[in-house]
Design a protein. Structure first.
Length: 500
């Protein structure tokens, strides 16, 4: 049977960068085709060519349903039956579900007024086709991240798409929401819709894929049915290293000295919403990597925001045994606390600024003499971290918005590590980055702990928590549901503490 999509000899050059070189991709109708590769391998560029955001260099061809096409723009791609759901969702929170499904193509009645009844009915039909119970009249801002993801899929369904691209669709989802999405992907494939699925998660790839294509340095290095692929082969193709070489043995560098102590920490109750964090207590030792795990809504991020002074709280915080009142991030930074937030685009970066400028935001004074920035020192320091974290950027002068999501994440980590905090909180440090980059981040955190820096790692990736932590604190409904030493922390025990 002829494939629905054929991309042949696709190349793309940006000033100073060869992003893609002679890439091939074939997709059958009803196939789930995973695109795997490191950050900066060219996955997003290839998808932007497929959806008309970029145009390929001359010499390549794209065939859709047997016909050669030159995809002019995203609207043309949609007309061809091709839709994309980006990792950062494109819903508008203050509009209803129906309004989001029909955004920029609202049905107009004979009186030239918006036909809200038709819009709600057709949005309901798309949601029903997915088998999900979401009210088309509900404001999208009131939905969970997983439900918003389903609204995006409903929008693609309403276009009558024959191919849907999903870019890291489970990056921000809970385990339950991710399982729901997996079922949805299989249902769509069963209806003959082709799925191009980009993911860095090995478990996910082997669960969902019919076929996997691996990109590395902008080139196709392998493409085969998932039944012919193993984890070791996939990792070796992605990063040119064996899986066993990526993650070294864990060595604890924790001492007996307590650097941070938190007692009965809770959120100041709001009359309308109550408190998500009720009472949390724990100690953090010098050189320790303390893992925090909990299901969505357990209060993980809220606790870290309180410690960093970004959220009002009650309870007691002690640093070096001394009680401190942290009411702002600047006070936390003065105490030697750094915070890599989970939302890199909203809270971690200034997207319109350069890599160098984002890097030095937390410690610009280091490069200043008489209030004048020493640009050469700033550039040299930024260059060292670009090399250390293998950040793929043409230069420190590249705008950070032009980097891939994983490389943006590395810039956020670099700007805090360069400050050399005494306590570093990292919330979802490896979300959206590939397995090779994940190993680099883990190695960096271990090196910082060896140097005596105390680290709190918050992650929804349970294997990551178990791999990197000296001790694991489990949160449940705003309280500590359990605390486990590394030797006692198994997936079963941690999940039991998070749910029972």
């Amino acid at each position: 049977m002829a494939p629905f999509l054929e991309m042949h000899n696709i190349s793309k050059t940006f000033p100073g960068v060869k992003a893609l070189s002679h890439v091939d991709l074939r997709l059958q109708a009803g196939e789930v085709h995973v695109i795997a590769g490191e950050n900066g391998a060219g996955k997003s560029t290839l998808m932007k060519i497929l959806t008309g955001v970029f145009h390929a260099d001359p010499g390549g061809t794209i065939r859709v349903e047997g016909h050669d096409v030159m995809i002019k723009d995203p609207v043309h791609a949609r007309d061809l039956g091709i839709s994309i759901i980006y990792q950062e969702l494109s819903v508008v929170n203050n509009l209803t579900v129906a309004e989001n499904v029909f955004l920029a193509r609202e049905p107009i009645g004979p009186t030239r007024l918006l036909n809200t009844r038709k819009m709600r009915a057709e949005a309901q039909a798309a949601l029903s086709e997915l088998g999900v119970a979401i009210d088309p009249s509900a404001k999208v801002g009131s939905l969970s991240i997983g439900q918003r993801q389903l609204v995006e899929i409903a929008r693609a369904i309403s276009y009558r798409s024959k191919l849907i691209v999903m870019d890291e669709p489970t990056a921000s989802l809970s385990h339950q929401e991710a399982a729901t999405l997996m079922r949805m992907v299989r249902k769509l494939a069963g209806q003959g819709i082709g799925i191009v699925y980009i993911s860095h998660k090995l478990d996910e790839i082997f669960e969902i894929a019919d076929r996997v294509t691996v990109l590395r340095d902008g080139q196709t290095v392998d493409s085969r049915p998932i039944g012919e692929m193993t984890r070791d082969i996939l990792v070796r193709k992605m990063v040119d290293r064996e899986l066993s070489q990526l993650f070294g043995e864990h060595h604890s560098h924790a001492t007996d000295e307590i650097l941070l102590s938190v007692s009965a920490l809770g959120e100041r109750r709001q009359p309308q919403t109550g408190a998500r964090v009720v009472e949390v207590s724990f100690d953090l030792r010098r050189g320790e990597i303390l893992g925090f795990f909990g299901l969505v809504g357990s209060g993980r991020t809220e606790v870290m925001e309180m410690i960093f002074g970004a959220r009002r709280h009650v309870g007691e915080i002690r640093v070096d045994g001394r009680k401190v009142n942290i009411s702002s991030p600047s006070q936390a930074m003065d105490l030697g606390i750094g915070f890599v937030t989970e939302d890199r685009k909203e809270l971690g970066l200034v997207l319109g600024m350069k890599v160098r400028e984002n890097f030095s935001l937390t410690h610009l004074s280091k490069y200043c003499t008489l209030d004048v920035v020493n640009r050469s020192r700033e550039n040299a320091a930024c260059g060292r971290f670009i090399h250390l974290l293998n950040i793929k950027t043409p230069s420190p002068e590249q705008k950070v918005l032009n980097l891939s999501g994983g490389n943006q994440q590395k810039v956020v980590i670099a700007k805090w590590v360069a400050r050399r905090p005494r306590i570093l909180i990292v919330d979802e440090p490896t979300r959206g980055i590939d397995i090779g980059a994940k190993a680099e981040v883990h190695a960096l955190l271990n090196e910082l702990a060896r140097d005596g820096i105390s680290i709190i790692v918050v992650s929804s990736d349970l294997p990551e928590i178990l791999a990197i932590s000296d001790r694991v604190v489990v949160l449940k409904a705003g309280r500590v549901g359990g605390e486990l030493a590394r030797a006692d922390a198994t997936q079963e025990r941690v999940m039991l503490a998070a749910t029972s």
